[in-house]
Ligand binder design. Structure first.
Ligand SMILES: Nc1ncnc2c1ncn2[C@@H]1O[C@H](COP(=O)(O)OP(=O)(O)O)[C@@H](O)[C@H]1O
Ligand SMILES: [Mg+2]
Length: 254
């Protein structure tokens, strides 16, 4: 099983859109995928499941019961460990998680036993214990950026923090892919930064700007269901292929 966290300290950069559509793209390619809503705002959950919840991620953390009791089936081969907006995850993260160092690792192990091929964490825009713990338990972090924040320095700041997370948790999580959502074609620095990042062994995947990416949330569909022929759906498929077939799995030098 491969575990991927999708993050950035900033909000509104396409993390949740990527988590939901990339997971769907992986499912279309035949894999069993478990999405985990690790954001107390519960936006990934709200996208795919509009009804009330009788369990959530925080319940798994506080009980450590069988993970299958906390899984919602979304589509064939696509499942979700949900989080309710205003539910218990925020409080768990703030009061208990710092002494529960294995919370996310236990979740990953349990998912592995349930024979998923991919586990995808959608993260909150932050780098507090809740995000650090999920990142440390992942094989890979996918950094989500939007053009305004698409600065070389911003990426380097994140890589520095990632080194700290790796050291503090003895984790070997890697970063070698960036997903640039909602791309504004006229953004001038774009080519320069893409080239700079490629030199750093970071591959930039671009998701074109398309209002359908926003609309599909309203109707509880992935972009593949809502607009199967769109360039955005193809771009998420391409990102999924990058994850499956990989590329040089390099660790950033210090
Ligand atoms: N490629 C895109 N084209 C158009 N709108 C997008 C695209 N990607 C994301 N959005 C929209 O941008 C907003 C923020 O995206 P979201 O995935 O929720 O970001 P985050 O999880 O980082 O806060 C949402 O309204 C989403 O629908
Ligand atoms: Mg989000």
């Amino acid at each position: 099983m491969k575990t991927l966290a999708i993050g950035n300290e900033k909000g509104g950069v396409g993390k949740t859109s990527t988590a939901g559509n990339l997971s769907y793209a992986l499912m279309l390619q035949g894999y069993r995928v478990l999405m985990v809503d690790n954001d107390p705002q519960g936006s990934l959950t709200d996208w795919y499941h509009k009804e009330d919840l009788s369990f959530e991620l925080a319940d798994f953390f506080s009980s450590r019961d069988n993970l299958s009791n906390f899984i919602l089936p979304i589509r064939e081969r696509l499942d979700l460990v949900p989080t309710a907006k205003g539910g218990d995850l925020r409080e768990y993260a703030e009061t208990k998680l710092y002494r529960d160092r294995f919370a996310h690792l236990d979740l990953v192990k349990a998912a592995e036993l349930l024979r998923y091929d991919f586990l995808i964490f959608d993260l909150n825009p932050n780098l507090s214990t809740l995000e650090r713990s999920a990142i440390a338990a992942s094989n890979e972090i996918l950094l989500a950026l939007e053009p305004e924040y698409f600065a070389y320095e911003g990426v380097h700041g994140f890589i520095k923090q990632l080194h700290r997370i790796r050291e503090e948790n003895r984790s070997d999580v890697i970063l070698n892919k960036i997903v640039l959502s909602n791309k504004n074609e006229s953004f001038r620095g774009h080519k320069y930064y893409t080239d700079q990042l490629s030199k750093q062994d970071l591959t930039v995947y671009q998701i074109p700007q398309d209002r359908k990416v926003a609309e599909c949330l309203e109707v509880s569909q992935s972009i593949h269901e809502y607009a199967p022929k769109s360039k955005a759906a193809a771009a998420y498929n391409n990102l999924a292929k990058g994850l499956v077939y990989g590329r040089k799995e390099t660790v950033q030098s210090r």
